[in-house]
Design a protein around this ligand. Structure first.
Ligand SMILES: Cc1ncc(C[n+]2csc(CCOP(=O)(O)OP(=O)(O)O)c2C)c(N)n1
Ligand SMILES: [Mg+2]
Length: 535
């Protein structure tokens, strides 16, 4: 006999899931056992929200949907932020929760509210498990989570259903959609002619190109057709950012946009490769002129109305780009020197060549850490500066929350990535306030034995908000705070702790952290207002 919980575990395992995260309550114990028996290992976390980010960190390494488990009531409520994040950041995730049986709920209110009602606006689906249709429900949930655009699916598992017998799994039913190639059409032919004629083309690649495994096609367009590449923050590294034709990540820096938006507006062809504008600030709305040539390859129909293209081809980004460029020769007149001038103009804004400060932290870390380091970054001024200046050498080399832009994501993202890919160094970049929101997860890093290296941009300020407040001419209010001894906190929770105030001290701390078998906290002390004029 297979129980519903065991079946859930088996189907998730068959979908590639090897790890689940959460905090138990009496109502999900059977589900946790079912996962564990199937080989989906459970990691205890300190907050459900962080558990969801760890699940995402695993997803970025192994490609399977993330799995988050929460108990009824407070457990579900605690996870709202990370579920909304999975929705906005296009992360496939299964959110398994316990709930009371319907007949019980009729006469019992303690900890009981309507989970599905809470989840509906921030999930692709909220399903309720039954013993009769258990296999269809879990398989359907996985398929919906992975379908374009990927996102979270919630499954409420009633306490009594979790232990009921279910029909055994009948083999893989994971729907693998066939890649769809754009049909021959006058529109497609025109797009090809535009590409063949484009002397000053520019490409913007986004997260959908990663989901569709289109990196080789994007690289070929950059290298063979000489098309300079801008990416969203999540798509950084889709082509190694050391490549001379990669301009870098964009989206949240108004100063960088002063360089980038004119470049796009002057292009004679704008090629959009899986570019999902949910990551972008409002000034990325309708960037190009109505008469500009814009060709878009997109996983789903454009319902955001952030922009319109001359031609949009919905389907496989990879196949679409392949067909577009096939047989076309380079017309681009872009030279490496011209692109280099643009990259230099952007670098002059962020300034990583300073003696000490946030840019120096990025510079030293990138130089000293191994090339295959996986990095994560949190929300705030430090994130914008780092996203503009950290060079990604491979896709998914930098994880962050760029749709929802929530604080508190980087430490758990890093822990998840380290669990899934222990051979790599994992660098967690965080603001001081962001770390204070998730300090408890250092305990998870200790117990899960994930030696991540945490770099704290310690400026005793919510810098990003302080900058806005000052720009508004408002009094300093609710944005400054006293310094925390993060190095001591790190040591108290079982890791290493360092205080650094110079490039040399930072380099030394990184060296020691790389050799440690526990996590490290490197508190990088920088002055307040260190980001003025740089993001
Ligand atoms: C959950 C959440 N609350 C509030 C915000 C608004 N917010 C964005 S960045 C930021 C400041 C973060 O401070 P810190 O971690 O010190 O980073 P810094 O800006 O100083 O680099 C705040 C409050 C948010 N994005 N997410
Ligand atoms: Mg700060």
């Amino acid at each position: 006999m297979t129980t519903v919980s065991e079946l859930i575990g088996q189907r998730l395992h068959a979908a590639g899931c090897r790890r689940a995260f959460g905090i138990p309550g009496g109502e999900v114990l059977a589900v946790m056992q079912g996962l564990d028996q199937a080989g989906v290992r459970f990691t205890l976390v300190k907050h459900e929200n962080a558990g969801g980010f760890m699940a995402e960190g695993v997803h970025h390494r192994d490609g399977a949907p993330g799995v988050l488990v929460a108990t009824l009531g407070p457990g579900v409520a605690n996870a709202v932020n990370v579920v909304a994040n999975a929705w906005q950041d296009r992360v496939p995730m299964l959110f398994l929760t316990g709930c009371v049986d319907e007949s019980e709920a009729a006469t019992y209110t303690h900890q009981v509210f309507d989970h599905a009602q809470l989840m509906r606006p921030i999930t692709k689906a909220s399903l309720r498990m039954t013993a009769e249709a258990a296999e269809a429900i879990i398989d359907k949930a996985i398929a919906i989570a992975m379908d374009d655009p990927p996102g979270p699916v919630h499954i409420d598992v009633p306490i009594s259903v979790a232990v009921q017998p279910a029909k055994p799994a009948a083999g893989s039913r994971r729907a693998v959609p066939a890649p769809s190639v754009p049909a021959d059409s006058p529109a497609f032919e025109e797009a090809r002619q535009w590409l063949a004629a484009a002397k000053r083309p520019v490409m913007i690649a986004g997260v959908e190109a990663l989901h569709h495994g289109a990196q080789d096609e994007v690289r070929a367009l950059v290298e063979e057709l000489g098309i300079p590449l801008i990416t969203t923050y999540k798509a950084k590294g889709i082509v190694d950012e050391r490549h001379g034709f990669v301009i870098g990540g964009a989206g949240l820096s108004p100063m960088a946009d002063k360089v980038l938006l004119p470049l796009i507006q002057e292009a004679d062809l704008v090629l959009l490769a899986g570019y999902d504008p949910i990551e972008m600030r409002v000034n990325w709305r309708n960037v190009w002129g109505a008469d500009q040539r814009v060709v878009e390859f997109s996983a789903t129909r454009n319902t955001h109305y952030m922009h319109q293209a001359s031609h949009t081809f919905v389907g496989s980004i990879k196949e679409g780009l392949r067909k577009l460029r096939s047989g076309i020769r380079r017309a681009s007149t872009w030279s490496a020197a011209e692109v280099g001038t643009l990259v230099g103009a952007l670098a002059a804004i962020c300034r990583t060549d300073e003696t000490w400060g946030p840019g120096a932290i990025v510079d030293v870390a990138r130089r000293v850490l191994p090339d295959d380091t996986v990095a994560s970054v949190d929300s705030g001024a430090h994130r914008i500066l780092l996203s503009q200046s950290w060079k990604c050498y491979e896709p998914r080399g930098l994880m962050q929350s760029s749709g929802l832009c929530t604080m508190g994501c980087s430490l758990p993202l890093g822990i998840g990535a380290k669990l899934a890919d222990p051979a790599r160094a994992v660098a967690v970049f965080t603001g001081d306030a962001c770390l204070e929101m998730t300090l408890g997860e250092l305990v998870t890093a200790r117990d899960a034995q994930t030696p991540v290296i945490v770099f704290v941009f310690a400026d005793e300020s919510l810098s990003l908000i302080e900058i806005k407040q000052r720009a508004n001419g408002q009094e300093n209010l609710g944005v400054d705070f006293a310094g925390t001894d993060f190095a001591a906190v790190g040591r108290a929770l079982g890791g290493l702790g360092f205080d650094v105030r110079s490039r040399d001290e930072l380099e030394h701390a990184i060296g020691q952290s790389l050799e440690a078998d526990c996590f490290s906290v490197i508190c990088c002390h920088i002055p307040r207002k260190a980001y003025d004029g740089r993001i």
